[in-house]
Design a protein around this ligand. Structure first.
Ligand code: KG4
Ligand code: ZN
Length: 342
């Protein structure tokens, strides 16, 4: 089976081709055209600008994905597109293009939930032992998902305010370090040394000991703001120390709560998904704690953590095993910026 998938939920235009042969998945191409350099100047994603760039990029990106995979449209068995959640104007470009291709090529089209795609990135040639718990951490979401199988998912906790990726982005802005904040804060935190001529900055661990599996990151961001106001000189050492303190606090809360959920739900496997799963410290910390406590651990390779169409194709591969997709299914597909996974 050959799957062509499209992803345009935010500011990356992406298309990927996946080959599925007797349960073995082979990614033939995964083209991602990022708009980071464009949105950088505004300090965040501007939906109207993102949509205009998706329109310009979508056909070249799809062509490149097919060319790189050496696949002609007639060889495609299934089309897949992200239909939500995300920015409405961004989602529409990918989904409407996919619908037009489905009609023109006579190929079935499956609508995929963006959060399920992030989770499914972990299924790429990994045999997951269920039950499992997945920590989903992105720019818009921070959730703990309980999985009884590849298809049975239940949200057991989420952020009550900001997503952790959003907190990374806001802290970076606050420190004058630019956008997107995740990779920048992470790079600054990595430069931290104990011999820095800088006082240790203490930040809170919000909801660390709450009985539920919810998170809160807006207070942590405010704590960074207040702590910053105490220091007059915001030199490089200060920024390194603050980035380190923030990342430590965020990682500790995420790891502690994920392990707590794994114990309570008696799962066999822990895995992680979303853009913030590209964070090195979080990857290492969660892996270490998971293994120490006897769980299997998975995290997608870096390029499958942030938005990309390969994860949409992987999700489509699993969902199509459960559901027959009719050739005219494109008629039923509607984009939904708030599509809840569960
Ligand atoms: O999943 P994603 O690409 O898009 C959404 O669906 O939101 O996630 C983007 C988020 C941004 O907030 C970005 O700052 C964060 O992921 N991110 C990171 C890292 N790389 C991306 N956060 C922490 N460390 C990173 N290395
Ligand atoms: Zn995403």
């Amino acid at each position: 089976m050959i799957i062509l998938a499209i992803e345009t939920s935010c500011d990356e235009t992406s298309a990927a081709v996946l080959k599925v042969n007797r349960g073995q998945l082979e990614l033939l191409s995964n083209i991602v055209s990022s708009q980071i350099d464009i949105h950088k100047q505004y300090g965040g994603v501007v939906p109207e600008v993102a949509a205009r760039h998706h329109i310009k990029n979508i056909i070249p990106v799809i062509s490149e994905a097919l060319n790189k995979a050496k696949i002609k449209p007639e060889k495609i068995d299934l089309l897949a597109t992200t239909a939500g959640p995300g920015l409405m104007t961004s989602l529409l470009i990918g989904a409407e293009t996919a619908k037009a291709l489905s009609y023109a090529w006579g190929k079935p089209l499956l609508a995929i939930n963006h959060m399920y795609s992030h989770i499914a990135a972990n299924f790429y040639n990994n045999k997951i032992k269920f039950p499992a718990v997945c920590l989903v951490v992105s720019g818009g979401h921070t959730e703990l998902i309980h999985l009884k199988s590849y298809w049975q998912l239940k949200k057991i906790g989420q952020t009550i305010d900001d997503a952790v990726g959003e907190a990374f982005d806001k802290v970076s802005k606050l420190l004058g370090l630019g956008y997107p904040g995740g990779p920048i804060i992470s790079a600054y935190a990595e430069k931290y040394r104990t011999d820095l001529k800088f006082p240790t900055i203490k930040l809170p661990r919000p909801m660390l000991n709450s009985k539920d599996f919810n998170f809160s990151f807006s207070g942590l961001k405010t704590a960074v703001l207040y702590a910053s106001q105490k220091f007059v000189h915001h030199d490089e050492d200060f920024k390194i120390a603050m980035a380190h303190a923030f990342q430590e606090a965020a990682v500790e809360v995420l790891v502690t709560k994920t392990i707590k959920a794994a114990k309570k739900l008696k799962v066999k496997t822990i895995f992680m998904a979303g853009g913030v799963a590209a964070n090195k410290q979080l990857r290492e910390a969660l892996k270490n704690e998971a293994i120490k406590n006897g769980y299997e651990f998975f995290v997608p390779e870096f390029k499958l953590c942030t938005d990309n169409a390969a994860m949409v194709a992987i999700a489509a591969c699993y969902l199509s095993q459960k559901k027959i997709v009719k050739i005219d299914n494109y008629k039923n597909i509607k984009t939904d910026p708030n599509w809840e996974l569960l």
